[in-house]
Design a protein around this ligand. Structure first.
Ligand SMILES: [Cu+2]
Length: 132
């Protein structure tokens, strides 16, 4: 294989493995959200991943659920929540959401309850493109 093709393949594999992470702070918690697929796609359910940290350390055993909705547009699944499962006390939580039925401005809203702290909500805006 010519060297330039090898370099091209290498570059493609690197760019595919970089995931987009959105960060948000609520109280003293830092939430990092990423998705598979990345970016989100119309008509596809996605794996939503949330890492929870407090002053740089992962926070374990939180109860987290999320819903997906389009602000300004009422839809039947607006209040359907997905419970997230923690990956072996890692502070990394995952859950499969519902498919996104249309392109536009969505919000993925998390409800996070860690230990004795009060339940907190955090919304991540997400624009989903219509397929070409
Ligand atoms: Cu809609």
């Amino acid at each position: 294989m010519p060297i330039f093709i090898m370099i091209l393949v290498l570059m493609l594999s690197i760019s595919c493995s970089t995931e987009t992470v959105q960060t948000k702070n609520i109280g003293d918690l830092q939430l990092d959200m990423s998705t598979e697929p990345d970016p989100l796609e119309v008509g596809e359910p996605a794996l939503i991943k949330l890492n929870v940290e407090k002053t740089g350390k992962s926070v374990s055993q939180c109860q987290i659920r999320f819903r997906q909705h389009m602000p300004g547009m009422e839809m039947k699944d607006d209040n359907t929540y997905t419970e997230m499962k923690e990956q072996a006390d890692s502070g990394k939580y995952q859950g499969h959401g519902l498919p996104y039925h249309m392109g536009g401005d969505w919000e993925i809203e998390f409800e996070v309850k860690c230990g004795d702290a009060a339940l907190q909500k955090a919304g991540f805006p997400y624009h989903i493109k219509w397929p070409e």
